[in-house]
Design a binder for this molecule. Structure first.
Ligand code: ACM
Length: 555
């Protein structure tokens, strides 16, 4: 029983095993050296086996490991053969070899995930097997919101390891929001000096009456970002940065007030105490509540030039083809009330505020395209007309993605009803985070990213799928672990494996394989939700214990 997750395309079991010992060698052929370094390092940590360099380019000893490219395979495809001549992992590209090496780690058993060997005298075995495998989708994403709660760099690196172990390959990093700005921008130091800290934090969902009366903050320096991007690249993960415009921008406006709609933002009131974002201009600060701030960017040339400056530095740090510009949940009320915004609408010959939002997004679509990048935004960017080159993250359901695919645009399917992993995973009274829809492990396993309404040509525009982790109610990595796992394992199987139609999926078989996978997660130190419900220390009393009556509370 190999209990692999995500399940490979084809597995043919043999009857013997390869025994790895202190004499075993690892040879990484041309183009696979990086994977060889990574594999030697993780196996050394877990097993204490030195895995010396193999002698010959194609050499695999009976007890050795060989890695090499096979141009006959697709870039992310791999073949793993374990037999009397050792273990050979071949991939179409280094990414394919890397995915095969991750499968090899699963075959070695849960202790292969440890940070230190439990028993240095242990004999490590790989069952004889032939595996042929490759991904269903090219975009297998996880979004992490580090704006609502900051995750220090080491936690991010750990999540990249967890993603790689599940063959996920796009890390969407939500870096800015009303509640915090998390990336150093050299030319605008106040974005982090002011924008990366808030005085206190709403405790629980947004209807909660409580605050945690402690400052919260943090940001990644340029060197931190370089390290994150390089660490991801070694694991064949692309980091897609998100800088949210023109809404979800209160932290930036708190740092540079001229980015806001200064002619209307004169309402008095303490934004901290009211919890609704209303404030005087001088009082506007990084938001300490959840929901959607009414304070949005002013549609001025100054704002455009400012954000071009931000994106210039972002492009220097992130090689990703795709750059996410947010575009979601931009309340139009300030623009309706602002004489300057209204004058701008007339000057640009636009019909309304929706078109003003489109104008904003189109500007950055053109700007990014001219620099060889592609814009991706949340599905609100459809309102008022979609920019020519834009790709859509379909989050409010499938509809935005369907409309975009029919109009010939690429789509990443991440409907909140299915794959928002901040939503609770059970209706039990001791479920710690009672926000949003109940979405169980089985619900996620039966999630289908390509809606049946699409023709095959339209479906080709679905680049893939993404699970999203918003962190309003996840203040540290243990809370993130609880929400993400085990559902991220089910999501990874949906994104990687060519599963049958949702109702035909073998959930019982998945649960059986999960027994072995929980042991891997234990070895990795992941604080997942156990099948029977939260452990005592994972429960949450008080306001977080039960949702308020009525529809599920949002964040
Ligand atoms: C979103 O959840 N506002 C993209």
């Amino acid at each position: 029983m190999t209990s692999l997750i995500p399940v490979p395309r084809r597995v043919v079991a043999g009857s013997g095993e390869v025994r790895l010992t202190g004499r075993s060698r690892l040879h990484a052929g041309t183009g696979t050296e990086g994977v060889g370094r990574w594999l030697r390092a993780v196996l050394w940590q877990a097993t204490g086996l030195p895995l010396h360099e193999g002698r010959e380019p194609d050499d695999t000893d009976a007890d050795g490991i060989g890695l090499r490219l096979d141009p006959g395979l697709g870039c992310e495809e791999y073949r793993l053969v374990s037999d009397g001549t050792g273990v050979l992992v071949e991939g179409g590209g280094a990414a394919g070899v890397f995915h095969g090496a991750q499968t090899l780690r699963q075959l070695l058993g849960p202790d292969a995930y440890r940070k230190a060997p439990l028993d240095r005298n242990r004999v490590w075995t790989v069952p004889h097997v032939t595996i042929e495998d490759g991904p269903r989708f090219r975009w297998r994403g996880l979004m992490l919101d580090v704006a609502r709660h900051f995750m220090p760099k080491d936690g991010v690196l750990r999540y990249l390891d967890l993603m790689a172990a599940h063959k996920l390959n796009v890390f969407h990093l939500h870096l800015t929001d009303d509640q915090g700005w998390r990336i150093e921008i050299e030319r605008y130091p106040r974005l982090t000096e002011v924008g990366s800290w808030r005085a206190r934090t709403k405790f629980g969902h947004r209807a909660s009456p409580l605050w945690d009366e402690k400052p919260h903050g943090g940001y990644y320096t340029r060197d931190d970002i370089r390290e994150i991007v390089a660490y991801a690249a070694e694991r064949h993960i692309t980091v897609v940065p998100e800088i949210d415009v023109p809404g979800h921008s209160q932290a930036a406006i708190a740092a540079y007030p001229e980015l806001g709609n200064t002619d209307v933002d004169t309402a008095s009131g303490d934004n901290s105490a009211s919890g609704d974002g209303g404030s005087t201009r001088t009082a506007l600060s990084v938001w300490d509540s959840w929901g959607i701030s009414p304070h949005v960017l002013a549609p001025t040339d100054h704002t455009l030039r400012f954000y071009e400056g931000v994106f210039e530095e972002v492009l220097e740090l992130f090689p990703s083809e795709f750059i996410h510009v947010g575009g979601d949940e931009c309340p139009k009320d300030e623009w309706r009330r602002s004489p300057a915004a209204q004058a701008r609408i007339r000057e640009l010959g636009l019909a309304d505020e929706d078109q003003l939002q489109s104008w904003f997004i189109r500007h950055f679509d053109t700007w990014l395209s001219a620099r060889g990048r592609r814009l991706v935004g949340w599905d609100e960017i459809l309102e008022g007309g979609l920019a020519d080159g834009a790709t859509v993250s379909s989050w409010r359901g499938y509809a935005g993605g369907i409309a975009a695919a029919r109009a010939g645009h690429d789509v990443v399917m991440c409907p909140e009803q299915q794959v928002y992993l901040d939503h609770r995973q059970d209706d039990g009274a001791d479920e710690p985070v009672p926000i949003g829809f109940v979405r169980t492990l089985e619900d996620v396993y039966r999630f289908e990213p390509v809606p049946s309404e699409l023709t095959p040509e339209e479906a080709d525009h679905v680049l893939g799928t993404q699970a999203n982790l918003w962190t309003e109610v996840m203040e540290d990595h243990t809370r993130v672990d609880y929400q993400a796992f085990p559902r991220l394992a089910a999501f990874a199987e949906v994104a990687w494996s060519g599963l049958p139609a949702p109702e035909e999926r073998d959930f019982a078989g998945f649960e059986r394989r999960m027994r072995a996978h929980y042991e891997r997660l234990d070895a990795l130190g992941v604080g997942y939700r156990p099948p029977g419900g939260p452990r005592p220390w994972q429960r949450r009393p008080g306001v977080l214990g039960r949702p308020i009556d009525g529809p599920p509370p949002k964040r």
